[in-house]
Design a protein around this ligand. Structure first.
Ligand SMILES: NC(=O)c1ccc[n+]([C@@H]2O[C@H](COP(=O)([O-])OP(=O)(O)OC[C@H]3O[C@@H](n4cnc5c(N)ncnc54)[C@H](O)[C@@H]3O)[C@@H](O)[C@H]2O)c1
Length: 385
C-alpha cells in the first residue's frame, strides 16, 4: 500500500492524516515530511500499555534516530482511568523530561490514550504540539481525527459521564499505520467497524454499498479490505470536520448512535466496547427514527443487517448468559441519556437532542423526538422494564 495523505483544512490549525503501512518504524521521517520537526526537541511519547513493548518500542527508536529527546509515559486504556489523574501523569512526565512550550506530545495507542494525551497536550503550558499515532481501527478512522480530546467524569447518581471535560486541540498530523492492527484483538477491530458503518450511513449509498460488499472480509480483519476502508472512512470524518471544526452544526451528525450508545457503554455489567455500544446505539437510533415516522423500516433493517454482517452486537443481551442487569432498564438508560453533551440542559429527563437517520446519506439532528419513539428505540435493543 502506498502512502496516502488526506489534508484537513481547519482555519489556523491545518492538519492532515497520513495513511501508510510501516510509518511507525519511520516516524521521524514521516513527521519531517509533514513539517513536524523532532530533532533536538523533547518528545513526550504517551503510549498505550498494550503496545508499549511492540509498536511503542519501534516509535521510540524511530524518534530517537531522528534526534528527538524521547520521554515515554505508559498509560492504561481503561475508561475508569480516563481521568484527570492520568492527564496529570502525562504533565508530570513532561515536566520531569524538561518539556517546554516548544515540545511535542506523540499519542500512540487507541482512542482512549489519544483523547487523554491529547488533552494533556492541549493544557500543558496552555497547549503544546500534538501528533496522533492511532493503533486501533476506531482511532484511525475516527478518534484521532478532528481534535476532540478529553476525559470522563463521574456522574451524580452513579456511572461515568463520557468525555464531559476536554478541549478541541488539533494534532499537527495523524499517522495511521495499519501494520499496528496486526496485534489488535479481532473484537476490538470489529468495534472500530461500527464507526465505519456510521460514517457510511452519513456519507451515502456508494460508501454504504462498498462496506456491504466488504463486510465479511472486514469482519475477519482482511488487510486488503482494511486498506480500502481506512482512507475512505477517515476521509469522510476529515471532510465533515473541515467543514465544522467546532461542532456548531454538521459535525454533530457524527454522533449518530452515540446518545443511546454512550448511555449503555457505561453500564459495567454489559461489558461492551465503545464501538459495540455505538452499533447497538445505531440500531436504537434507526428504530427510534422509524417510530417517529422519519425512516422507513426497510432502511432501518438494512443498516441493522450491515452491523450484523460486520459481526457487531445489535441487542443489549448479546453475549450475556444471565438476564440483563437492572441498570439496563429503559428508564435507567433514558436517565443516562439525559447527561449527553448535545442536550440543551443536562441531567434529568429533559428533551433530548438525537441524531437520527432519515435515509442512507441523510441524518438529522432532532430536538423534538417524541418520548414514545425514544422508548421504541430502547425496546428494539431489548432494554428491560
Ligand atoms: N476524540 C474523538 O473524536 C473520539 C471519537 C471516538 C471515540 N473516542 C474515544 O476513543 C475511545 C475508544 O477508542 P478505541 O476503540 O480505540 O479503544 P481503546 O483506546 O480503549 O483501545 C482498545 C483496547 O485495545 C488496546 N490496544 C490499542 N491498540 C492496540 C494494538 N495495536 N494492539 C493490541 N492492543 C491494542 C488498548 O489497550 C485497549 O485495551 C473511547 O474512550 C472514546 O470515548 C474519541
Amino acid at each position: 500500500m502506498t502512502a496516502l495523505r488526506i489534508p484537513i483544512d481547519i482555519p489556523n490549525a491545518p492538519t492532515s492524516v497520513v495513511v501508510e503501512r510501516g510509518a511507525v518504524s519511520r516516524l521521524g521521517e514521516v513527521l519531517a515530511a509533514e513539517r513536524v520537526r523532532v530533532e533536538g526537541r523533547v518528545v513526550v511519547l504517551a503510549v498505550d500499555n498494550a503496545v508499549h513493548g511492540s509498536h511503542g518500542a519501534r516509535a521510540e527508536r524511530a524518534l530517537a534516530a531522528a534526534g528527538a529527546r524521547v520521554a515515554t509515559v505508559a498509560l492504561t486504556a481503561d475508561e475508569r482511568r480516563k481521568s484527570m489523574r492520568a492527564v496529570e501523569e502525562v504533565w508530570s512526565a513532561a515536566l520531569a523530561a524538561g518539556a517546554d512550550r516548544g515540545s511535542l506530545v506523540v499519542a500512540l495507542g487507541g482512542g482512549l490514550v489519544g483523547d487523554l494525551a491529547g488533552f494533556a497536550a492541549a493544557t500543558y503550558m496552555r497547549g503544546i504540539d500534538l501528533v496522533q499515532v492511532p493503533t486501533t481501527l476506531l482511532a484511525m478512522v475516527d478518534a484521532s481525527i478532528g481534535g476532540k480530546t478529553g476525559v470522563n467524569l463521574e456522574l451524580p447518581g452513579g456511572g461515568l459521564g463520557k468525555n464531559l471535560a476536554g478541549a478541541f486541540w488539533q494534532p499537527k498530523v495523524t499517522v495511521a499505520d495499519a501494520d499496528t492492527l496486526s496485534t489488535l484483538p479481532i473484537r476490538e477491530l470489529r468495534a472500530g467497524l461500527a464507526e465505519c458503518a456510521k460514517h457510511a450511513v452519513i456519507a451515502g449509498e456508494d460508501s454504504f454499498a462498498a462496506l456491504e460488499r466488504d463486510a465479511s472480509a472486514l469482519a475477519e480483519g482482511d488487510p486488503a479490505a482494511l486498506d480500502r476502508l481506512i482512507p475512505a472512512s477517515a476521509s469522510i470524518k476529515a471532510r465533515i470536520v473541515s467543514r465544522d471544526p467546532f461542532e456548531r452544526g454538521e459535525r454533530a451528525q457524527l454522533n449518530l448512535g452515540h446518545t443511546f450508545g454512550h448511555a449503555i457503554e457505561t453500564i459495567p455489567e454489559l461489558g461492551l466496547l465503545h464501538g459495540e455500544a455505538v452499533a447497538i446505539g445505531m440500531v436504537a437510533a434507526c428504530r427510534c427514527a422509524a417510530a417517529a415516522g422519519r425512516l422507513d423500516d426497510g432502511t432501518a433493517a438494512r443498516i441493522e443487517a450491515l452491523l450484523h454482517a460486520l459481526r457487531l452486537p445489535t441487542r443489549l443481551s448479546t453475549g450475556l448468559s444471565t438476564s440483563l442487569p437492572s441498570a439496563a432498564s429503559a428508564a435507567d438508560i433514558r436517565r443516562r441519556m439525559g447527561f449527553d453533551k448535545k442536550n440543551d440542559g443536562i441531567g434529568g429527563t429533559r428533551t433530548l437532542r438525537l441524531v437520527l437517520p432519515s435515509a442512507i446519506g441523510t441524518v438529522e439532528i432532532v430536538a423534538d423526538a417524541p418520548e414514545r419513539a425514544v422508548a421504541a428505540g430502547l425496546a428494539s435493543i431489548g432494554a428491560g422494564h
